[in-house]
Design a protein around this ligand. Structure first.
Ligand code: GLY
Ligand code: MN
Ligand code: MN
Length: 461
């Protein structure tokens, strides 16, 4: 991978630090799981965005003049025999395009000097435990030298805001990786659907973990490093538990299965949900709810384009779902009124309690403000009809080409008074990933079909 994209991002960030600014960006720590075992290591997303470097124990220091310094693990034959290859500071400038590199053990000695005579020190606030106090320690060393003419930075500033804005619009390199991650995840969903139907046809017992195994197989076979988040494989009533995880429940003919799973490829997440009949054939009530959720997703997709607001797809979804809940008799017109009342009173909320999307990128719930920055001051207060809390509505983010978001409406029907029994325990979500374009959006996850009849055809095959 060429180092060019990272150098270009560092230059763009450096230009925003001010000539006397300095930015400190550590990568993520290794985390113990138990005794001698660590959790699988995952680099910090900000650090990776600026370096493309995935080793632990590393820091990037960037100064307003555009100069980049990397602190990384030194070469160490004994540690490399146990833990694997290290790039080392000598090779880092050539491999990563940074200007200078040092052993991470030299950080303490370099930082006070690097902070001297600067006006602002930038770092990500509230991300790295203990970072604030380490910066404080380095600043106090600078302050100890003011009698000798040193100038101590007067400002500490949150780097997240600058980096979040940069990460929100995905460049061509990022879009390419995300398309590939999505294609792998789509194949994984196809494989899980087909396995479910095939095993049931063969009279085999199917459990949620059998389908999870198919997802993992396809992720790794496609070159993905790991799932982007804990896969949800929810059979039957488990689909109504929003944060359910793949467990051991039986997958039975006649039930629906909701799978929310996506791989991470080269640092970028994909995030797909499909809901399908375990044996490949929707029942009447399942199909009715499915088609409603899909119609609401179609409306959301149509509302996703540059110039629209982030909230627009959600509002389009809610409108279609609210009308459908009335039409299916899940809400009683005599009690809640018409579709505008359903929306106004949020009467749909017991069946649809989450938002229709989120930013997607290196993090599955990616960074980036959901409020339009130029309109932050234009908030208006309203009282929530359900909680009675006062909520400040700020103007929603205006979509721009290259932003990536999920579109994921759902309906979750738990038994309750007035809810027709034929719909009990049906939980359906349909989730696709969209790159915003000038005229609409590109759905990058449609390698797995979404129409009910196409899913049924796929599962017959
Ligand atoms: N898989 C997490 C989400 O859909 O937001
Ligand atoms: Mn999602
Ligand atoms: Mn998801």
């Amino acid at each position: 991978m060429s180092t060019h994209v990272y150098a270009e991002r560092r230059a763009r960030l450096a230009a925003q630090l001010g000539p006397q600014g300095i930015a400190l960006i550590p990568t993520a720590p290794e985390r113990p799981r138990n005794r001698d075992s660590d959790y699988l290591y995952r680099h910090d997303s900000y650090f990776y965005y600026l370096t493309g470097f995935t080793e632990a124990n590393a820091w990037l220091v960037l100064t307003g003049d555009g100069k980049s310094r990397l602190f990384c693990q030194p070469k160490d034959m004994e540690r490399e025999i146990w833990d694997g290859y290290r790039l080392g500071p000598d090779a880092a400038p050539g491999a990563l395009g940074v200007d200078e590199a040092f052993a991470v053990g030299e950080l303490e000695a370099h930082l006070p000097k690097l902070l001297e005579n600067r006006d602002a020190v930038w770092y990500p606030f509230a991300i790295h435990e203990g970072l604030e106090s380490r910066v404080g320690g380095w600043l106090s060393k600078v302050r100890a030298r003011v009698r000798y003419g040193a100038i101590c930075p007067e400002q500490q500033r949150d780097l997240c805001g600058l980096l979040d804005e940069m990460r929100l619009v995905k460049d061509a390199h990022e879009q390419d990786v995300m398309r590939r991650a999505s294609a792998i995840s789509a194949r994984a969903h196809v494989r899980a659907m087909q396995t479910s139907a095939r095993m049931l046809r063969a009279g085999q017992e199917v459990r949620e973990y059998h389908l999870d195994a198919e997802l993992l197989h396809e992720f790794r076979a496609g070159g993905s490093q790991y799932p982007a988040y804990g896969s949800i494989v929810a059979a039957g009533a488990n689909a109504c538990v929003l944060h359910y995880r793949a467990d051991a429940a039986p997958v039975k003919a006649g039930d629906l299965v909701l799978i929310d799973a996506g791989c991470e490829l080269d640092g970028y997440a994909s995030d797909i949900t499909r809901t399908f009949p375990a044996n490949g054939k929707f029942s009447g009530p399942q199909r009715a709810v499915y088609d409603l959720v899909l119609a609401s997703q179609d409306a959301a997709v149509a509302a996703t384009r540059a110039g629209a607001r982030f909230i627009d797809p959600h509002e389009a979804t809610v409108k279609v779902l609210s009308q459908g809940l009335l039409d299916l008799g899940l809400l009683d017109r005599n009690q809640v009124g018409g579709v505008d009342d359903v929306i106004e009173k949020r009467a749909y909320f017991p069946f649809y309690m989450h938002r229709t999307g989120h930013w997607l990128g290196m993090d599955v719930h990616d960074c980036g403000s959901y409020v339009e920055p130029s309109e932050v001051g234009n908030g208006s207060e309203r009282r929530d009809p359900l909680s009675d809390e006062v909520i400040v509505n700020r103007p929603s983010r205006i979509l721009r080409p290259g932003m990536v978001l999920t579109i994921e409406p759902g309906l979750y029907i738990r038994p309750a008074a007035g809810v027709p029994e034929q719909f009990h325990h049906i939980g359906i979500r349909i989730e696709d990933d969209a790159i915003v374009t000038a005229t609409g959006c590109e759905l990058i996850t449609r390698g797995v079909p979404v129409k009910a009849e196409e899913i049924e055809a796929l599962m017959r095959g």
